[in-house]
Design a protein around this ligand. Structure first.
Ligand SMILES: [Zn+2]
Ligand SMILES: [Zn+2]
Length: 297
């Protein structure tokens, strides 16, 4: 009755009112089904979303752990290298015979490394992604100055994601420091090797002879300036004539030119590349077709 009154007031027939009511009901029903679908989707997707993001964050955590481990090893390895230098230095100063047993080498330094790495990583080691925390780190493959001066620290451990999955379970990782102790090289060994080495001789880039003596006169450049008109009369120490330089001699028409005592070219410029000489030290077996120098060979 009330509805009819409204209908009358608004100028709407009862038939139209029924139609509107039906549409409203439909809208209401659709609305209800819509919100239900969101709830269902959210209940499936949200846990998956959270799960994947947690695991991605964990992957970053694993990478960070590896970086920290490498940093700790770098720090510790360098300290050991320095200790080795101190030890070798003290032996040298005090005149102690090297008995082959070093305090830096062996099991003792592995304990030192273990303590250093664990204190560097701190609580992160227990709470992070490393399986079994401190107890999960294995230093067994490490070789610290065993027989040589190489410091090789290896840590094997396993890391795991927050939630283990098929294909993404715990997996093994290795961190490593490899370096030479700061002890330098043994000079006496080098000297012993030198005795067996062949003779070293001196050659120039374009020279036809090799020299046994670095102070040989033929290796010295004595540049003189002469007039171009007199160049025909000039002779080098070997008695040979002077010809124009292949680099700078093309455009000489007059004036002064530059020659050397043992050269065979005359130059227009004192800065010419042909007037510069590079002396190389080579083993005598590598002189090629060069003859021994008449002055020193
Ligand atoms: Zn010579
Ligand atoms: Zn020249």
């Amino acid at each position: 009755m009330k509805c009819r009154q409204i209908g009358v007031v608004k100028g709407t027939s009862y038939k139209e009112y029924k139609k509107i009511k039906r549409t409203l009901l439909q809208v209401a029903q659709k609305g209800v089904s819509l919100s239900a679908s969101i709830t269902v989707e959210a209940s499936i997707v949200l846990p998956l979303f959270i799960f994947f993001f947690t695991n991605i964050m964990m992957a970053f955590n694993i990478i960070k752990m590896q970086c920290d481990m490498e940093a700790a090893l770098h720090q510790t390895g360098n300290e050991l290298a320095l200790f080795a230098f101190d030890e070798r230095c003290a032996e040298g100063t005090l005149g102690i015979e090297d008995d082959g047993v070093s305090t830096v080498s062996g099991a003792l330094s592995v304990f030192y490394v273990k303590g250093k790495v664990e204190s560097y990583l701190g609580e992160e080691l227990e709470k992070g992604c490393v399986t079994d925390g401190r107890a999960g780190l294995s230093y067994l493959p490490s070789k610290i100055m065993l027989g040589n001066d190489i410091i090789d620290i290896v840590i094997d451990y396993k890391v795991h994601p927050l939630i283990s999955l098929i294909c993404f379970e715990e997996f093994p990782v290795e961190a490593r420091y490899y370096g030479h102790a700061w002890t330098g090289y043994d000079i006496s060994e080098g000297a012993a090797a030198d005795e067996n080495e062949e003779e070293m001789v001196y050659v120039t880039e374009h020279g036809e002879v090799y020299h046994r003596d670095i102070n040989c006169n033929h290796l010295k450049l004595s540049i003189r300036s002469v007039s171009l008109d007199d160049i025909e009369k000039e002779r080098s120490m070997d008695g040979s004539k002077y010809y124009p330089c292949e680099y700078c001699g093309g455009s000489i028409s007059g004036g002064n030119v530059f020659i050397t005592d043992y050269g065979i070219r005359y130059h227009s410029s004192v800065n010419c590349a042909g007037l510069k000489r590079k002396i190389y030290t080579v083993p005598i077996s590598e002189v090629g077709g060069r003859r021994p120098c008449s002055g020193c060979g």
